[in-house]
Design a protein around this ligand. Structure first.
Ligand code: IYR
Length: 253
């Protein structure tokens, strides 16, 4: 049986041979060819500390609510930068990091985005969504008028990058970009909540291409989610929703 160190040695020899072959074929990995593997920084927690930490974090996250009424109060840009840094820690297919976060503070750009979205959403609500969908939404009291798009101090628009180009001009494939960006958005929502801010996970139907052009983003990028970020408006209300209990979301085998 090989020791871990031996296995690593063999791995790196195999890698080397493969890389030499690939180099001859003109096929190089997108990551550095001789990428080092370094010791993991990790400290094991005690049983009790883990139980404590996981319960406390659940209690914090269980306070997160989708908010549709925002205050215009400004938010420090450093907080926005930090939450986006945090989202950027998400895992991604072959470490391709297939995301770009467009941050909009300009009222003029927010107004243009609002116009695009409200025009489309009016058609969505009146024609495209249909009776069942709009009936399901009634208790949430949503409609096509979206004040939050101009009232929230920041809009974060998450684009998934289907592919990109390496420095040598070769096209770089972004594997599992859908899953990678979804995970990044989950982490972004968590970071927004952790920073004491609120948000709304909005997915403007049929608005992607117009907003992509407005923000001058390339065709390789697709708008996936738009998050207004800020403080809740004074007297803000949220629907009195209950979450499923653990027994209804977990099956154990
Ligand atoms: N995108 C629309 C409609 C909408 C759809 C779902 I599903 C929601 O959970 C909430 C709203 C809107 O933003 O109004």
């Amino acid at each position: 049986v090989n020791s871990f160190a031996d296995t690593k040695q063999i791995d790196s020899e195999v890698d080397k041979e493969e890389n030499e072959e690939n180099e001859e074929n003109g096929c190089l990995p997108a990551l550095p060819q001789h990428l080092q593997h370094i010791p993991l920084e990790y400290r094991r927690m005690s049983h009790n500390d883990m139980v404590d930490a996981s319960l406390k974090f659940y209690q914090i996250m269980n306070q997160r609510r989708t908010v549709r009424h925002f205050s215009c109060d400004p938010v420090p840009i450093e907080v926005i930068q930090n939450i986006i840094r945090t989202a950027g820690t998400a895992p991604s297919g072959a470490h391709t990091e297939p995301w770009i976060f467009a941050v909009v503070e300009s009222l003029d750009v927010k107004q243009k985005i609002r116009t695009i979205i409200e025009e489309e959403e009016e058609i969505n609500y009146k024609k495209r969504m249909g009776k069942i969908w709009t009936t399901d939404l009634k208790p949430l009291r949503t409609n096509w008028v979206k004040e939050y798009l101009t009232e929230a101090p920041y809009l974060i628009l998450v684009f998934k990058q289907l592919y990109s180009f390496r420095e040598d001009g070769i096209k770089k494939l972004h594997y599992y970009n859908e899953q990678s960006v979804s995970i990044a958005v989950g982490i972004l929502l968590t970071a927004i909540h952790h920073a004491g801010l609120v948000s709304l996970t909005s997915t403007p139907l049929n608005c992607g291409p117009a907003i992509r052009k407005l923000l001058d983003r390339p065709l390789s990028e697709k708008l996936t989610i738009l998050l207004p970020v800020g403080y809740p408006a004074e007297g803000c209300t949220v629907p009195d929703l209950k979450r499923k209990d653990l027994e209804h979301i977990m099956v154990k085998y």
